[in-house]
Ligand binder design. Structure first.
Ligand code: HEC
Length: 126
C-alpha cells in the first residue's frame, strides 16, 4: 500500500513537471504573438539586428542602452537601469513613466498575464 502511494506520488510529480514545461512553452508562444503585434514594427526578431529600436536579443538582465551602434536617447543612456523582470514590467506598462524622454513610442501593456507572456518570450531571445 505504502509503495503504491509513493509511486503514485512520484507519477504526480513527473506529470506536474511536464505540465510546467508545457505551460512555459505556451507562455512563450503567447508572448511571441504579443511581441509580433506590439513590438516587431520597431524591434527586429532577427538575432542581432538593430531596427528602429535596438536588438532585444539578450535583453533580460542587460544594462539599458548597451547595444553597440544604436543611437539611444540621452534619457535612456542616463537611466542607469538594468532590464530585470521588474523593470521590463514597468517599461511595457508605461515606458514614458519609467524613462521620461525616451524615444520609444508609448506602449501600455497593463495586463499582468500579457506581461508574463512577453517577458517569458523575451527570455528566449538569446
Ligand atoms: C515605435 C517603435 C517601437 C515600438 C513599437 C517598441 N519599441 Fe522598444 N524601443 C524603441 C526605441 C526607439 C528604443 C530606444 C529608446 C531610447 O533610446 O530612448 C526602444 C527601447 C526598448 C528597450 C530598451 C532596450 C535597451 O537596449 O536598453 C526595450 C526593453 C524595449 N524597447 C522593449 C519593447 C517591447 C517589449 C515592445 C513591445 C511591447 C517595444 N519595445 C515596442 C522603439 C519601439
Amino acid at each position: 500500500m505504502k509503495t503504491m502511494l509513493l509511486s503514485s506520488l512520484a507519477l504526480c510529480g513527473a506529470l506536474a513537471a511536464s505540465f510546467a514545461a508545457a505551460d512555459e512553452r505556451g507562455m512563450e508562444a503567447a508572448g511571441l504573438q504579443l511581441f509580433k503585434h506590439h513590438c516587431t514594427a520597431c524591434h527586429s526578431l532577427d538575432t542581432s539586428e538593430n531596427a528602429f529600436g535596438p536588438s532585444l536579443v539578450g535583453v533580460v538582465g542587460r544594462p539599458a542602452a548597451s547595444v553597440p551602434r544604436f543611437a539611444y536617447s540621452q534619457a535612456m543612456q542616463a537611466s542607469g537601469l538594468t532590464w530585470d523582470e521588474d523593470n521590463l514590467r514597468k517599461w511595457i506598462t508605461d515606458n514614458e513613466a519609467l524613462v521620461p524622454g525616451t524615444r520609444m513610442r508609448h506602449v501600455a501593456i497593463t495586463d499582468p498575464a500579457e506581461q508574463d507572456y512577453l517577458i517569458s518570450f523575451l527570455r528566449t531571445l538569446k
